[in-house]
Ligand binder design. Structure first.
Ligand SMILES: Nc1ncnc2c1ncn2[C@@H]1O[C@H](COP(=O)(O)OP(=O)(O)OP(=O)(O)O)[C@@H](O)[C@H]1O
Ligand SMILES: [Mg+2]
Length: 240
């Protein structure tokens, strides 16, 4: 469970987050949508304890990012767009290194890792990460983020730059994590992906949540056939 309460953050004099509140529940995929620069990655960075909030708080399974950042990190797997994969290690070594940092016993980590390799079609993990394409890197990045089996998983544009089969594999994987009862927060610009995966969505615009609800209700409210059309109506209106 993720609970964000009145979250604020400035960069210099610019208010980037102006009091964001949202909830993501177990067994559900919660979408965080918004135009470029809306504040999605900033929110996710505060959630993953990389950045500090200037107001409000976030709890991850009841642990506060302000008071208990170590416990937040233990409960959380975060997939960022730009990966922190070590180029001079192999894919396997990268994953096992992070498993070790998260105190996962090596045999448990290996078993999970090979299961994920099969699921995502990874057959190159013994090669150096510096030789990977973007999509190859992103799959290793994803596995690395969840190797410690965290109950809460946050994904910031996880399929950006992936080909169609890889995108489908990652989407299937997200659905499986949801079915296992994990709490999933997904930020994406792909509205077809939102329709396929999200149970509930929040639309963030200029640092505020301007709309929320199940995709179906949002489509009905804006009288549109797709989430994409509803999204365009929301972000082009003056609600923000
Ligand atoms: N380190 C930083 N220093 C100054 N400004 C920043 C910094 N990080 C983000 N910002 C600003 O905060 C705002 C929100 O950025 P953020 O990365 O959260 O947007 P986003 O919703 O993730 O956008 P995108 O869809 O393009 O990824 C932007 O105006 C950005 O310029
Ligand atoms: Mg972003």
């Amino acid at each position: 469970m993720i609970e964000i309460t009145n979250l604020k953050r400035n960069f210099g004099k610019t208010e980037v987050l102006k009091g964001i509140s949202l909830k993501a529940e177990p067994g559900k995929v919660t979408g965080l949508l918004g135009p470029n620069g809306a504040g999605k990655t900033t929110t996710i960075k505060i959630l993953s304890t990389i950045l500090k909030p200037h107001g409000g708080d976030i709890t991850v399974n009841r642990h506060s990012v302000i008071k208990e950042p170590a416990l937040v990190r233990k409960n959380l797997g975060v997939v960022f767009e730009e990966s922190g994969i070590y180029q001079r290690l192999t894919g396997e070594e990268n994953i096992l290194y992070f498993a070790d940092l998260a105190d996962v016993p090596p045999d448990v980590a290996k078993e999970r890792m090979y299961k994920f390799f099969e699921l995502l079609g990874v057959d190159y993990a013994k090669k150096l990460a510096g030789t990977y394409s973007k999509g190859m890197m992103q799959k290793i990045n994803l596995i690395r983020a969840i190797i410690h089996n965290p109950p809460v998983v946050v994904l910031d544009e996880p399929t950006n730059g992936l080909d169609v089969p890889s995108t489908r594999a990652v989407e299937t994987f997200i659905r499986e994590m949801k079915d296992e009862g994990k709490t999933i927060l997904l930020s994406t610009h792909l509205m077809a992906q939102v329709e396929k995966l999200c149970d509930y969505i929040y639309i963030i615009h200029k640092g505020r949540i301007v709309e929320e609800g199940p995709p179906q209700s949002i489509k009905e409210k804006y009288d549109t056939a797709t989430v994409e059309d509803a999204f365009l109506k929301v972000v082009s209106s003056d609600v923000a």
